[in-house]
Design a protein around this ligand. Structure first.
Ligand code: AP5
Ligand code: MG
Length: 226
């Protein structure tokens, strides 16, 4: 098989992807592998929001209550925020994670920006609830750990910066249940929208180490066909 780096160095800059899936399905984990292997910029809407909250911006103040309750930040705020983020990276290959996640967001974005592929992670909710209890994150970079599955090299510390890891405020069991319910009701029409456009590819499983090679092969195949 051709090495990914050698291959991707020949492809155009015009590659726009979305990764979607329920809270805790592994979007962040798999995105960091895609970003490394395909030399893409990864932008997670949740990471962007959490940085605003941490910095105490006006948007951060508005978004905090929604995030802490496990409900969605209003569409108009999200569309403004994320279209600005996309403008900043318009010259690079990129992967969005967690936006759009309502049909309104998808339609608004579609007027301005089309995706080449949408990768959908389909992981059972029972597995997700188990995973999230052991998740730790490095807030400023968005790096994600799991106490057993991918623990940090030094307990409680980020591998790259050595800064302390934290648990997300919205990872309490009752908040996770609310996030999963909202995901189910809001994402069904979004997935149907991308399916109708012929760009949705779903990967089902419980192991990111098994799902990722399938995603990588799919993306390589897609890029090779262009
Ligand atoms: P966001 O940050 O996007 O959260 P989410 O979609 O709920 O997804 P998560 O980040 O929780 O999970 P993930 O799929 O990235 O999984 P991960 O790789 O960490 O959004 C947060 C909030 O912001 C929303 O609730 C909302 O309020 C707001 N928001 C964001 N976008 C919005 C939008 N567009 N519109 C409105 N509001 C918006 O993996 C999970 C854990 O599992 C990790 O610990 C990982 O190490 C572990 N893991 C992964 N794979 C495995 C495995 N195979 N085995 C064991 N553990 C594993
Ligand atoms: Mg995430």
């Amino acid at each position: 098989m051709i090495a990914t780096r050698r291959f991707t160095s020949n492809v155009s800059n015009q590659f726009r992807a979305l990764i979607t899936g329920a809270p805790g399905s592994g979007k962040g984990t798999i995105s960091s592998r895609i970003a490394t292997d395909f030399d893409l910029v990864h932008i997670s809407s949740g990471d962007v929001l959490r940085r605003h909250v941490k910095q105490g911006t006006e948007l951060g103040h508005k978004a905090k209550a929604y995030i802490d309750n496990g409900t969605l930040v209003p569409d108009d705020l999200m569309v403004n925020l994320m279209t600005n983020e996309i403008k900043r990276i318009s010259k690079t290959r990129w992967l969005l994670d967690g936006f759009p996640r309502t049909i309104e967001q998808a339609k608004q974005l579609h007027k301005k920006q089309k995706f080449d592929v949408v990768v959908n992670l389909d992981v059972p909710f029972s597995e997700i609830k188990r995973r999230i209890q052991q998740r730790y994150v490095h807030l400023s970079s968005g790096r994600v750990y799991h106490l057993e599955w991918n623990p940090p090299k030094n307990a409680g510390m980020d591998d790259v910066t050595g800064e302390p890891l934290t648990q997300r405020d919205d990872d309490k069991p009752e908040t996770v249940a609310s996030r999963l319910n909202i995901f189910q009701s809001q994402m069904a029409p979004v997935l149907a929208f991308y399916k109708d456009l012929g760009i949705l590819q779903t990967f089902t499983g419980t192991e990111s180490d098994v799902i990722y090679p399938e995603i990588k092969a799919y993306l390589l195949g897609y890029l090779q066909s262009k």
